[in-house]
Ligand binder design. Structure first.
Ligand SMILES: Cc1cc2nc3c(=O)[nH]c(=O)nc-3n(C[C@H](O)[C@H](O)[C@H](O)COP(=O)(O)OP(=O)(O)OC[C@H]3O[C@@H](n4cnc5c(N)ncnc54)[C@H](O)[C@@H]3O)c2cc1C
Ligand code: SF4
Length: 338
């Protein structure tokens, strides 16, 4: 373990001041990712700024009918919060599909967004990794890449973002609230995480001196027709090989609004406006779902060990949309669908 200083932030302004004053500092919330990375010598912060006492633990309705979630709300509290369970069950399902009960008790909403990739080589400091050490190379491209990305990859990095919660937040069109030395701003969820390009060491568009203060959900929650489907090597306590957050509104058998986001396949939750547009106005049937899956996975490219993900993702999208349409989010469809 490396030596580091430890301080506590007294309020949000103090947290921003402290991080701006020390480029080698990092915030610590639940610590479930950062402490592991420090033990593996992947992250070496000179100072940890503990933000756990900041007043960012509430879940509140907003004036426009949405919900604002504080950045320090633990993942478990969020999943079981009555407002979230009733109005955004897709988010509850996605959170509960992740990690373990103990980890969800510690993990914070803000930290979940900023958890780092699970690419094996990122954690193995004996191997080249452009994300860990820019310019050193990517060991995964010609290595063991079973868990790596099939969409939005670059020659520098084929890592995925491992979060489940973020896949649901992407589908729900959430907004990230942040504060920094220049004041407060909001970032649409689709713009929060980045594709690797030639700067894979930069995961998000959050500035190094900014703090996440909260997440805002718009009023539309898709509480009737939704499904979070996670495919993984073990039934629990494993990251997604492929996951799908599917949500729609259906009137008279026709889809009036649709959302589909994929996890485990790219450096960020993967959505394509054209796939969702192709569903609007269509009957909620397998033909429409297959077409949406084709559009969503257009350009998907597998590597030596993960080409299976392309077909897996296509089938998962169809199944998640079928479950969402049937209103059977947690199980395989038992109702017949045309
Ligand atoms: C064994 C294991 C299995 C897991 N399985 C899953 C899974 O299946 N699905 C899944 O989604 N996740 C999984 N996780 C990941 C877990 O959800 C994340 O580690 C957790 O959400 C991170 O939150 P935290 O509060 O502990 O973050 P920390 O570890 O405290 O911080 C993570 C990063 O975020 C930064 N940070 C934290 N809060 C803020 C803030 N408010 N503003 C700015 N920066 C901030 C920190 O500086 C750090 O860089 C697993 C983790 C483990 C250890
Ligand atoms: S895929 Fe990305 S994280 Fe994995 S070894 Fe390559 S550069 Fe590193």
């Amino acid at each position: 373990m490396i030596n580091f200083a430890y301080t506590r932030a007294t309020d949000i302004a103090d947290a921003v001041r402290q991080i701006a004053a020390d480029p080698a500092a990092k915030f610590i919330a639940g610590g479930t990712n950062l402490v592991d990375l420090m033990k593996y010598d992947v992250e070496r912060p000179a100072r940890l700024i503990d933000i756990t006492r900041l007043p960012l633990r509430s879940v509140e309705e907003t004036a426009n009918g949405g919900v604002r979630i504080g950045a320090l709300v633990p993942n478990s509290d969020l999943a079981y919060h009555p407002l979230i369970e009733a109005r955004y069950p897709l988010l509850s399902s996605a959170i509960l599909a992740g990690a373990s009960a103990q980890l969800r008790n510690m993990a914070s909403t803000g930290g979940n967004l900023l958890q780092r990739t699970r690419c094996f080589y990122f954690y193995d400091t004996a191997t080249p990794c452009n994300k860990r050490k820019p310019g050193s190379g990517c060991s995964a491209i010609d290595g063991i890449n079973r868990i790596n990305a099939i969409l939005g990859t670059s020659e520098a990095c084929i890592a995925t973002h491992p979060s489940d919660m973020c896949v649901a937040l992407a589908a729900l069109d959430a907004t990230v609230h942040v504060a920094g030395s220049a004041g407060e701003r909001t970032i649409p969820f689709a713009d929060f995480h980045r594709l690797p390009g030639d700067t894979p060491h930069i995961d998000t568009n959050l500035k190094p001196t900014e703090i996440i203060t909260g997440i805002e959900l718009p009023p539309r929650g898709f509480a009737t027709n939704y499904s979070y489907l996670k495919i993984r090597d073990r039934l629990s306590y494993a990251f997604a090989l492929v996951s799908v957050a599917a949500a729609m509104e259906i009137e008279g058998g026709r889809i009036t609004e649709a959302r589909v986001a994929l996890g485990g396949v790219a450096h960020k939750p993967w959505r394509r406006a054209a796939a969702e547009a192709a569903l609007r106005g269509e009957a909620a049937d397998r033909a429409a779902f297959a077409k949406a899956a084709d559009i969503l996975l257009r350009d998907a490219k597998g590597f030596a060990h993960n080409a299976f993900k392309v077909g897996l993702a296509r089938r998962a999208v169809e199944r998640a949309l079928t479950q969402a349409a049937n209103g059977t989010p947690q199980s395989q469809s038992s109702k017949k669908i045309r």
